[in-house]
Design a protein around this ligand. Structure first.
Ligand code: SF4
Length: 268
């Protein structure tokens, strides 16, 4: 029976740890992270022995059972969300009630949850939004936005996953910003973001409102005289209480993947 890794470290532990790069990743740790996130398969490490392969290779049956687990989990979260008092919840999480619907603004677009558990939205129902949104509705502590920006690594529980957040979020976004002139203007326009006074001497500082109490700030430094560009995504310090590191990871990396798709398929 295939083991389901609880985190990337479990996969890393069974790899050779030689950083030989034959899999195309710079390190075994990077490879383990990619396997954990489902973007690589364990059998793409040519040095993994058969016991390791058997332990972590998922068959299609096992994959579909994982998908079923996820579906069941979403259904359960929805059930709980349907039971909450919408008026009280709206006041706590910065949302509003419209008729039978709890409306939460996500990236400038309204996302509604009805009492029967169905959604109403202009956004496509993208999986990276659904689970964090339901968590936000159920668990957001309603802590006021502090105005103090912290990196993903500084969120409680964010440290272990920061390398992966950087690779799948910040690095991908940096490459997009390098490649598409006017990238941030388009992002601001599409998602009702706001340019803010430049922070940390960045060339661009942009704030996007993921959820009502969850702003993120993207700071980008252009390449300069042989120096590579850099980019960081900051969360408000309150994100630790209002969404937690897991949701912050899903939202940050999900947003980046969506922007990548928009940029590459539609061309900014
Ligand atoms: S091929 Fe395997 S051993 Fe080599 S770096 Fe990749 S994961 Fe590590």
């Amino acid at each position: 029976m295939m083991a389901v890794a609880k985190n990337a470290m479990e996969i890393f532990k069974v790899l050779e740890k030689s950083n030989c790069r034959e899999c195309g990743e710079k390190t075994c740790l990077a490879f383990a992270g990619a396997v954990f996130c489902g973007t690589r398969r364990i059998n793409e490490c040519p040095r993994a022995n058969s016991a390791v392969l058997a332990q972590f290779t998922s068959t299609s049956d096992e994959r579909s059972s994982q998908e079923n687990d996820l579906e069941t989990y979403i259904v359960e979260l929805k059930k709980q969300a349907m039971q909450v008092d919408f008026a009280k919840t709206a006041a706590r999480i910065g949302a509003q009630v419209h008729g039978e619907m709890l409306q939460v603004k996500i990236l400038g677009k309204l996302f509604g949850i009805r009492k029967n558990g169905s959604f109403s939205t202009d956004l496509h129902l993208i999986p990276w939004v659904v689970i964090p949104l339901l968590h936000y509705v159920l668990n957001c502590k309603g802590v006021k936005v502090s105005g103090q920006w912290v990196s993903y690594r500084e969120l409680p529980g964010g440290k272990e996953k920061y390398a992966l957040f950087k690779k799948q979020g910040e690095d991908v976004l940096r490459q997009l910003a390098d490649r598409y002139a006017g990238f941030f203007d388009d992002v601001l326009h599409m998602f009702e973001g706001r340019a803010v006074e430049k922070q940390y001497e960045a060339d661009v500082s942009v704030v996007l409102q993921l959820f009502p109490l969850v702003p993120i700030m993207i700071c980008y430094w252009k390449p300069d005289e042989g120096l590579a560009s850099s980019l960081y995504i900051f969360f408000d310090k309150s994100a630790g209480d209002n969404i937690g590191a897991e949701s912050a990871f899903s939202l940050g990396t999900g947003l980046v993947q969506m922007l990548k798709k928009l940029a590459t398929h539609h061309g900014f």
